[in-house]
Design a protein around this ligand. Sequence first.
Ligand code: MN
Length: 309
Amino acid sequence: MASGATSIGTNQERNESHGNARAIEGVYAPPGFHWVGDGFRVAGYFSAIPNAAKKLSPFLMMDYHPSYSYAPTETERRGVGPHPHRGFETVTLAFQGSVAHHDSMGNGGVIGPGDVQWMTAASGILHQEYHGEDYARVGGPFQMIQLWVNLPKAHKMSAPRYQALLSKQMGQATLANNAGLVRVIAGEYLGTKGLANTFTKVNLLDVMLNAGGMADFSFPARDNAALLVMAGDVRIGDRMASANDFVLFANVGERFAIEATSEAHIVVLSGEPIDEAIVQHGPFVMTTEREIHEAIDDFRQGKFGTMSR
Ligand code: MN
């Protein structure tokens, strides 16, 4: 190689190889923590992002609970009691500890590290979310994510549905060069498909990289894309991100690589935006004020069912 032509190549080569690079909209630190009930200490990233509803559609919310240690308890039931949802899906990813869920459809269960519960509230459910009993008795580190995924208007009043996506059944792609692995929760990565049935196109990927490992991603520019760094330090293009940083991509370009400068754990999400109005009132997400009033009336009249336990 001639002197001057170093491994970074000429400007022209760089432009060609980066010509389809996905641009980064911003890197966001957690906006502070709040409690959901008495069991979930979370950061709600979207509240800090301008125009999040458009830039992150179909995702409505992401509450991240970084690792936090709870004291053991035999008597306390930490979490959040019966509450309604209508018009979207709640997706809970457990990483440390366990989450117990029961709903008015009679569905429920406990998910542990690596498991995901994909609950479609659609026309409406009541549910409660607690620390799993076995975990609560022992206590210790607890880490989870809850995403809210919007439904298109045509499916907001569909029947509720519950999918338990267990870690042991989940497809995973092993990356070349001992870079790490990608667990596919929803969508597809390197030909490995996720177990989740979704109403719109969504990719939800749990990425574990070894120090020095790299993973490539490509999503159509019109699809929204973001990632959360849960542990480690990574480089994406010319930006660095560390544990608890949320990276939002712009709708420019398609491809990006995550390079881990230390062992890293990242969740990558992308989805086709739902180009419809969003009218939210707490746990109800619809497209008109009228539908919100109907949801409130239906809830007051007990149409969301009852909890059996
Ligand atoms: Mn809930």
